[in-house]
Design a protein. Structure first.
Length: 177
């Protein structure tokens, strides 16, 4: 029903707990799925006289999917658990066109900007697009200049620009800088 890449709750484990708890009579599977009040009710009443336990046998896949969905909603509202221990490679999109977008490396951002701007990138544009400081953006651009992928030029206005010849139009002269 609701399939998630990073499922917290597993259907196999839920069925094993259902089986171990006397075919659901003790309600271990309900505790596992975060349904504490009904888990206590199942434990005290023997799974509501086994009627609730049998009901759970048939509805356990949906209950696991709902528990995973609840966990996803909780994580999206409060941030993921143990975020300090995880290296998350995503961010939320401000424009809400897509819910989660992949964060590009700084080199990918440079190349994307160069392609969009006909081969011309400035450090401030890069800093704005990649959410890094201007100094970090400048270092990344200088690194590409040192490697021979870009050239450093000065516009007539005095602005430093980094040009990527392979993305430049063949019609635009380089002397306009």
């Amino acid at each position: 029903m609701f399939k998630s890449e990073a499922s917290v709750y597993n259907l196999f484990i839920a069925y094993m707990l259902w089986f171990i708890s006397g075919f659901g009579a003790l309600g271990f599977h309900r505790f596992y799925l975060g349904k504490i009040p009904t888990g206590i009710l199942w434990a005290c009443t023997g799974g509501l006289g086994m009627v609730g336990a049998i009901y759970d046998f048939f509805t356990l896949p949906r209950q696991v999917a709902e528990a995973n969905l609840r966990e996803e909603i909780r994580n999206s509202l409060n941030g993921p658990r143990y975020a300090a221990n995880q290296n998350l490679n995503w961010r939320y999109a401000e424009d809400a066109q897509s819910r989660i977008i992949s964060k590009d490396s700084i080199e990918q951002t440079i190349l994307r900007l160069a392609k969009q701007n006909k081969g011309i990138v400035t450090a401030s544009e890069l800093a704005l697009e990649s959410h890094v400081s201007i100094e970090e953006a400048k270092k990344a651009l200088e690194k590409l200049v040192d490697q021979g992928y870009a050239e450093l030029r000065v516009r007539k206005t005095g602005t430093l620009v980094y040009t990527f010849p392979e993305f430049m139009d063949t019609d635009s002269p380089l002397e306009d800088f």
